[in-house]
Design a protein around this ligand. Structure first.
Ligand SMILES: C[S@@+](CC[C@H](N)C(=O)[O-])C[C@H]1O[C@@H](n2cnc3c(N)ncnc32)[C@H](O)[C@@H]1O
Length: 216
């Protein structure tokens, strides 16, 4: 799931600002974003950093949407990246590693394509994030596993040295069912979206996401 559905409003720091700042801080020349989705972050990096940005997503549709933003994008799997060893200054994996079937394989690939002095910026959500929303579709907490705030550090430590962990907490308000529906639809359990009941009042959900900065 993305950190925030388009039609929702939020309090607390913007997680995408935190990711962007962590990338910018390393003054990269060549950036890879894996699981780039619609390409919003990739476009922001391409426009605002003095860097070449390449986006990879396994979905052709997402790659097309990213290209429409003028960003270089290709279809690919984070577990088997079509790049040579040690070429990227920075690899970004924003709210996507919990989709990978094999997180270890994905992290090994990210390490392989990074320069020895490069960095990975990876973000994910807590399993308890937006539990008020997930309870509405019969879940105890967010339906994510494999790479969550509760265990991501251990996964990263098998491949990287973790330099920073930034916990970002706040609330997200879904104005109506449609906004909440879009959020569930973008999650690894998109099938649950149909179970979302109608609600009259805006839904306020507590958010807890984490951004890691790690180096080989
Ligand atoms: C929840 S979205 C996050 C998109 C974007 N990073 C963001 O934060 O808004 C996850 C994205 O990862 C992509 N994805 C899932 N598994 C992938 C894989 N194994 N390799 C590459 N992309 C993948 C999906 O197609 C989707 O676009």
């Amino acid at each position: 799931m993305s950190a925030l559905a388009a039609q929702a409003t939020a309090t607390g720091p913007d997680p995408y600002d935190v990711v962007f700042d962590a990338v910018a801080d390393s003054q990269p020349q060549l950036v890879l974003e894996v699981g780039s989705g619609t390409g919003e972050l990739a476009e922001r990096m391409a426009r605002n950093l003095d860097a070449r940005v390449i986006a990879v997503d396994q979905s052709e549709r997402m790659v097309d949407l990213t290209k429409q933003r003028g960003v270089e994008a290709i279809v690919g799997d984070v577990q088997n990246l079509p790049f040579k060893d040690g070429i990227f200054d920075c690899a970004v994996a924003a709210w996507m590693l919990f989709h990978a079937e094999n997180v270890d394989l994905a992290l090994r690939e990210l390490r392989r394509i990074l320069r020895s002095d490069g960095r990975v910026v990876a973000s994910t959500s807590s399993q308890r994030s937006m539990s008020e929303l997930w309870e509405l579709v019969g879940q105890v907490g967010a339906p994510v596993d494999g790479f969550t705030a509760e265990n991501a550090e251990w996964s990263l430590l098998r491949h990287f040295t973790v330099l920073q962990r930034r916990d970002i907490k706040g609330t997200v308000t879904f104005a109506d069912r449609e906004a909440a529906y879009q959020h569930v639809k973008a999650s690894p359990r998109s099938d649950l979206a149909e179970q979302l009941p109608y609600f009259d009042e805006p839904l306020v959900a507590t958010r807890h996401v984490v951004v890691y900065v790690a180096e080989p």
